[in-house]
Design a protein around this ligand. Sequence first.
Ligand SMILES: [Zn+2]
Length: 275
Amino acid sequence: MSALHRRDLLAVLSGLTAFGLGTVDSWAKGPSPKSVKPTPPPRPKLVFLDPGHGGKDPGAQGVRGTKEKAVVMAIARELQRELQAGGRYRVMLTRSSDSYVALRERVARAQAAKADLFLSLHADSCDNPDVRGASVYTLSEQATDRETAALAARENRADAVVGGMRLADKPDIVASTLVAMAQRGTVNDSRRLAETIVQGFSRSGVRLLPRTHRQAGFAVLTSPDIPAALIEFGYLSNPQDEKLLTVRQHQIALARALRGSVDAHFAAGAAIRKA
Ligand SMILES: [Zn+2]
């Protein structure tokens, strides 16, 4: 082939390429190898941990001065270590320091990262110093009892500090989120997750509040497509719970129990999809 002819042929081929008829390369190599590529291994699940409060918002205060924002951060770090150790999960935190992050911002961060699971970590307090034990909450349109409604008000109060749009004060947002969650099955996934966490705590000997799984209008649980639960690890207003929550071994035990529940949650989800 003369140099002139080859130039003509290349000009024709590049013209065809411009009309979307394929590249010179793909003609030379036959069908694209993409069709025979093995499917990549599944992306590790992204677990979003939300240590409650932070910065100017200390959360609940213990009788010995323990701050909720500090103990939940310590437990979040243990849980992050536990989850990352097996290589099955990626873990992100809504806050990684003692800083204030608004509730709606916590939700937005998890959604932007396309989290597969959201766990909000807290410790409670109440007027009765005898009340102890852990509890697990999922989103509800109407808080089931006065105690629960008061707790939701306490946890949601954080956003009132900065003013602006107060997600927590808008019951219509909780209601419309619940509709979207129901449509996507997130309500059921979240309730199943909460039951799994309660069972995990129970098996690990974690002291539980009666009727451990409860429902409340928590602003931080309003991602329509991310299964989410809020965990109160115990009561800082109870001296025994307060002491336990600051003990590293207990923090590790709580983190291990939660890691087991996260494993069980995803294993059950995979089994449901296969059935
Ligand atoms: Zn809290």
